[in-house]
Design a protein around this ligand. Structure first.
Ligand code: CU
Length: 171
């Protein structure tokens, strides 16, 4: 107890000395006495995300991170040159527990609905339309509750490689 107080007092004294010394460099606090660092992060109300798709059937990101309740503006850019009929891309965020394979397979039958199968629309948290080379599209939605979600491109044959994790941190 007493020893602790003495250490605390000497740290205080060193701090005083350092402050008064003008030129004295700031000393690092002794490691053994320091408490675990609690990072205080200021989370803004909104976030902008950009993800690209290309002619090689790839998304530029495998993971996107947001915080619960944030207003998310997501922009999908198609950096390729191929038309949307042959190399179209969209970005679809699915509810947890939705089977990507089932969704991706069903999507084939929904070309007139941006490859969102009508009977699975309730599994979609947010989605962009399908775009082709050189195009881009933005959507805005509210981040769902904290958890791990999956996104994919539901253009026929793409979901197997064009998918990623959407991580929502608690507030
Ligand atoms: Cu695609």
């Amino acid at each position: 107890m007493n020893k602790l107080r003495i250490i605390a007092l000497s740290v205080f004294a060193v701090t005083l000395y350092a402050c008064g010394g003008g030129e004295a460099s700031t000393q690092d606090a002794p490691k053994e006495a320091s408490e675990p660092v609690v990072e205080t992060e200021v989370v803004s109300d909104s976030i902008e995300l950009v993800i690209e798709g290309n002619d090689q059937m790839q998304f530029s990101k495998e993971e996107l991170k947001v915080t619960e309740g944030q207003v998310v503006t997501l922009t999908l850019k198609h950096t390729g040159k191929m038309p949307k009929e042959s190399m179209g891309h969209n970005w679809v965020l699915l509810t947890t527990g939705t089977d990507l394979a089932v969704f991706g397979t069903s999507a084939v039958s929904a070309p007139d609905n941006n490859y969102i199968p009508k009977d699975m629309e309730d599994k979609v948290i947010a989605n962009t339309k399908v775009i082709g080379g050189g195009e881009e599209v933005s959507i805005t939605f509210e981040a769902p509750k904290a958890g791990y979600y999956k996104y994919l491109c539901s253009f026929p044959g793409h979901w197997g490689v064009m998918q990623g994790s959407f991580v929502v941190s608690p507030k």
